[in-house]
Write a protein that binds this ligand. Structure first.
Ligand SMILES: [Zn+2]
Length: 217
């Protein structure tokens, strides 16, 4: 937090270059059919992403943008956990993730999370492209330097719910209405009059009188 933002920006640039180099080396590993090394490089990519998002979080906080900082924190946590999953060699990263979890509790106020329920027509495996469940790939497990993702197809929104444990913790209530106007839950600042606060989409979803970042990503 105390470090100079320009120095942090320089560090982010170096991390971006490292990420690019990792991707090139990973491509060579795949050409040589070296899955174990490709998964190690996937872990390196995740570590770089986690550090980059954490630096962006501190910069956003210094710029008075706590909502953007929250998104960066969640991305840093997810990338850190992904590194641990990528390869057994990154098991020590659990301490890094625990540190980020502590930052969440100490720096940010408690959040109210939302989850969007979808009706899903089919689910595609990102590794082989077939219907997920018909193949042997498992979601979140690395294969040849890439994580298996489940890609929902033909989706329709069914409902939105307030939950304690959402799939994506970036989905949360961002403002609440008051008699004086819309209050940002992060800064506690009044942002607009009550009449303006209802129904405003502004990049978020509007539900009843609250605004929230609603879509699971
Ligand atoms: Zn598959």
């Amino acid at each position: 937090m105390t470090r100079d933002s320009e120095l942090q920006e320089e560090c982010i640039s170096r991390l971006r270059e490292m990420r690019r180099e990792c991707a090139e080396v990973k491509k060579n590993a795949l050409d040589q059919v070296n899955e174990d090394f490709a998964n190690i490089l996937l872990g390196f990519e995740c570590v770089v992403d986690s550090l980059r998002h954490e630096l962006r979080m501190w910069i956003a906080l210094k710029e008075g943008q706590p909502d953007a900082a929250w998104d960066r924190l969640i991305s840093a946590q997810e990338a850190g956990r992904a590194a641990v999953r990528a390869h057994r060699g990154f098991s020590a990263l659990t301490e890094h993730v625990e540190r980020l979890d502590c930052i969440e509790k100490v720096v940010f106020p408690p959040q109210v999370f939302v989850s969007t329920g979808f009706i899903v027509g089919s689910q595609e495996c990102s590794i082989c492209g077939t219907e997920y469940g018909d193949c042997d790939h498992l979601e979140g497990i690395p294969y040849n330097g890439e994580f298996c993702l489940v890609l929902p197809k033909r989706t329709a929104i069914d409902h939105v719910a307030i939950v304690d444990h959402p799939r994506d913790r970036r989905c949360r209530i961002t403002t609440v209405p008051t008699d004086q106007g819309s209050r940002n839950r992060m800064t506690w600042k009044l942002e607009s009059s009550a009449s303006e606060s209802t129904g405003s989409m502004a990049g978020n979803q509007s539900h009843a009188d609250c605004q929230f970042n609603g879509f699971w990503r």
